[in-house]
Ligand binder design. Structure first.
Ligand code: SAM
Length: 348
């Protein structure tokens, strides 16, 4: 078997058998990878033009009750310097972002009980009141159905919750026993039902990964029909049990971005910070593999170094939201253009 017929099938049918996906992942070489990525970039351009959508990321708390084995802000990491942003600090981030042309704010944090529904709803309402033309995306992990509903009612538009892996034996390798894959996947279903534009995703090359698991993940995502899909390489963090593990590869990440684009043509797919961390031109390469979103950091500069999910995470320089000009130039250098737009999911 050759890779090309499977790539063509993905392009035409937006789907393939699990064995074909696995075959592709195993046999893609330099030439067929280039072909796959170009096909995916073409598909993205067909749907979105050469437009790249911006999201301003506000990492508003690094307190977390969970102990995910891979994560630098896991509860058990005594070396993490913990912080929470106040409502007025969050509003300051939005103000700066709005002036720079951001029309989506992503509130991301650890699972921090301080930010109960009342506090979250107040933050969401304040942002929507001040910036009614902006979308609010939440990324707060697993919460109750009631909580998801309350925050949606308060005005939140979107929710990002990576499943990390939908394969039970792999999930168990990455998380402590108290955490449940079943609940995580249930949350994704509830989020969709509640009316959020819902994002899922995973780390590429997380400890214990196998090609077969990745093929299964692609099938899970296809079936979920998410509005957004965020993937990035796993990168070890020095204060976690996975400190000495190998990180995910750039090539595999780019090939997966491309496969996800062909299988989910309408989805909003970011060129993530993690891909920019392992390669200085990683985000441009992800766009040239079918990504159509960038998510620069709008958090106050003073806290950025404390939201260290993995070693060497980008936290100053071009990826920072303030550096719109540098970002514009980078994106223009590959023939794309950043637009001032909420960048909602649309059916085509
Ligand atoms: N607490 C929320 C949740 O669980 O969805 C959002 C914050 S969580 C830190 C955001 C994402 O960071 C996770 O979904 C995970 O994929 C990513 N992440 C954490 N540790 C990482 C690592 N070592 N390498 C790459 N990505 C990592």
């Amino acid at each position: 078997m050759d890779c090309r017929p499977i790539i063509e099938k993905l392009r035409k049918e937006q789907d393939a058998q699990m064995e074909e996906l696995r075959y592709l992942l195993e046999h893609l070489d330099e030439e067929s990878s280039a072909y796959l990525r170009a096909a995916a970039a073409e598909e993205a351009v067909r749907h979105f033009g050469r437009k790249i959508y911006l999201r301003g990321l506000i990492e508003f708390t690094n307190y977390c009750k969970n102990d995910c084995l891979y994560c630098g802000i896991r509860r058990g990491n005594q070396n993490a310097v913990r912080y929470r942003l106040t409502l007025s600090q969050i509003m300051e981030c939005c103000k700066m972002g709005y002036e720079l042309g951001y029309r989506t704010f992503v509130l991301q944090g650890g699972e921090d009980a301080y930010f109960n529904d009342e506090r979250m709803c107040e933050i969401i309402r304040s942002i929507k009141k001040e910036y009614p033309d902006c979308a609010v995306t939440l990324s707060l992990g697993e919460r109750s159905e009631e909580s998801y509903r309350a925050m949606h009612k308060a005005g939140a538009d979107r929710y990002l919750l990576r499943e990390e892996t939908s394969v039970p034996e792999h999930y168990a390798m990455l998380h402590p026993k108290q955490m449940s894959l079943e609940n995580r996947l249930h949350c994704l279903e509830i989020l969709k039902e509640t009316g959020y534009q819902t994002g899922c995703g995973f780390m590429v090359g997380s400890p214990g990964w196998q090609l077969e698991y990745l093929a299964r993940e692609l099938c899970y995502i296809k079936k979920l029909r998410p509005h957004m899909i965020g993937i990035g390489p796993f990168i070890p963090h020095k204060d976690t049990v996975f400190a000495k593990e190998t990180g995910g590869s750039l090539d595999l990440t780019l090939n997966l971005v491309a496969m996800l684009r062909l299988m989910n043509p309408n989805a909003m797919i970011p060129a993530t910070t993690a891909v920019g961390t392992i390669d200085p031109r990683g985000r441009e390469k992800a766009i040239l593999s079918g990504a159509n979103v960038v998510m620069p950091n709008l958090s106050p500069v003073s806290v950025r170094k404390n939201y260290m999910l993995y070693d060497n995470k980008l936290c100053t320089g071009d990826e920072a939201a303030e550096c719109r000009k540098c970002l514009d130039a980078r994106i223009r250098s590959i023939g794309y253009e950043i637009v001032t737009d909420r960048g909602d999911y649309r059916e085509f």
